[in-house]
Design a protein around this ligand. Structure first.
Ligand code: DSN
Length: 446
């Protein structure tokens, strides 16, 4: 069992007290709530949902089978669930200005698979970003089922710039255009999981049109930045946009798809019955809550702050001697090359040292990484979660200094403990769930 520092009571959800009859699970949930509250959450794909999102996810909707879509279910008793899902779909459409929304995908990976299934036949060619260049597993990694069903061709990023301040390591659109011309893909995929620049949809659209391909935009990472007006939207430019609801969008863990009305039927049938059975309607309700929150003026302020914080973090880390891939960031994440800081330090070791220091992030390959994806030469950091907790640029500077100190003196346990104590104090000033700690569920922060 995890050892705790006794900082509780940290409630795991608005209904935490209902778990009193199961002390084992209750203790584990409290332990995780404590971990999230007392260590820095810098994983670029994570966030802290509102208590309202937690409440919807923990609701009685989990009891209901609802295979099908509103008005066309295979089981009875879906009158209320139909309203829930219709509300979620309408809010998603309004938020992104889309003609159609499917809010059932259990995850972003499923959303991507569904779009491939809807738009291309097995064996057809898809052009997407390579994993080690910033793409996602479902963009055709040999380890993913996607590469066994469709034929993937991969593009990457340009070379690093020569320290002249220009953003090298950006999507190589000449390469995308050349590969499209040569390979004649049926589908081009834009979007990434470890890429710190804005991704414009228009150049992809032009290339797709020039070869008669469809365009899918995987918006999983910056969906909240688009919803909050901090990034240009690919909706209406791409034929289909997939996204996750739990990253910058700050909703429950899950996926969604928005598309033109003409593709609605193909996309819906690909999700159900193509890939999934019963949808998770409690999560669909939580997605509806998140879409409403993301439509508020407060969320626009949040999205802008996420980017400002990532830029402050990148500046701080560069000052510590790390190389920031692509010379900076325009979104919520920073990709670091560790080698200029310490040629011996791998991403794996850095992640482990920082974990012990109370700083949670993930190792990541950098473009053309000489080390394996399990070891890596890089780290990926994101600001979505700690910005939700209220941190701003000054705190990002402090976080960068703590990361530099922990890694520079990683052989010294006393130094690691000192960093951990400072992290603890910093987190104590920015609790992610102050209302739950006080035992009073609220409607959320936005
Ligand atoms: N695992 C997600 C991420 O961290 O980016 C992508 O699926």
């Amino acid at each position: 069992m995890t050892e705790h520092r006794g900082v509780a009571p940290f409630a795991a959800s608005p209904f935490a007290s209902w778990l009193a009859g199961d002390p084992e699970v209750a203790t584990l949930l409290a332990a995780e709530a404590e971990r999230q509250s007392t260590t820095l959450q810098l994983i670029a794909s994570e966030n802290f949902t509102s208590p309202a999102v937690l409440a919807a996810s923990g609701s009685v909707l989990t009891n209901k089978y609802a295979e099908g879509y509103p008005g066309r279910r295979y089981y009875g008793g879906n009158q209320v669930v139909d309203e829930v899902e219709d509300l979620a779909r309408q809010r998603a459409k309004d938020l992104f200005g889309a003609e159609h929304a499917n809010v059932q995908p259990h995850a972003g990976a499923i959303a991507n698979l569904a779009v491939y299934q809807a738009l291309v036949d097995p064996g057809d060619t898809i052009l997407a970003m390579r994993l080690d260049q910033g793409g996602h597993l479902t963009h055709g990694s040999p380890a993913s089922i996607t590469s066994k069903i469709w034929r993937f061709v991969s593009y990457g990023v340009t070379a690093a710039s020569d320290d002249d301040g220009r953003p090298g390591e950006v999507i190589d659109f000449d390469q995308v255009a050349d590969l499209a011309k040569r390979e004649r893909p049926k589908l081009i995929v834009a979007g990434a999981t470890a890429y710190s620049r804005q991704i414009p949809a228009e150049p992809f659209r032009d290339i797709a049109d020039s070869v008669g391909a469809r365009l899918m935009f995987d918006l999983a990472h910056p969906a909240g930045l688009v919803a909050g007006g901090a990034h240009p939207s690919p909706v209406g430019v791409a034929d289909v946009v997939t996204f996750t609801t739990h990253k910058t969008l700050r909703g429950p863990r899950g996926g969604a798809i928005v598309c033109r009305a003409e593709l609605a039927k193909a996309v819906d049938s690909a999700v159900f019955p193509g890939l999934q059975g019963g949808p998770l309607e409690h999560v669909v309700a939580a997605k509806a809550v998140a879409f409403r929150e993301a439509a508020t003026p407060a969320f626009r302020v949040y999205a802008a702050q996420v980017v400002a914080n990532a830029q402050a973090l990148a500046r701080g880390l560069a000052a510590e001697g790390f190389r920031v891939v692509s010379n900076g960031t325009e979104n919520h994440l920073v990709l670091l090359d560790l080698r200029p800081f310490d040629a011996e330090l791998t991403g794996k070791e850095a992640q482990e040292v920082l974990d012990r220091s109370g700083i949670t992030l993930n190792r990541n390959t950098i473009p053309d990484d000489p080390r394996s994806p399990f070891v890596t030469s890089g780290l990926r950091l994101g600001t979505a979660a700690q910005t939700t907790a209220g941190m701003q640029e000054a705190e990002m500077g402090a976080v960068a200094a703590l990361i530099g100190r922990a890694l520079r003196r990683r052989a010294d346990e006393a130094s690691i403990r000192a960093v951990r104590a400072e992290v603890f104090d910093l987190c104590a000033a920015f609790p992610p769930y102050p209302s739950l700690d006080a035992g009073t569920p609220t409607a959320g922060r936005t």
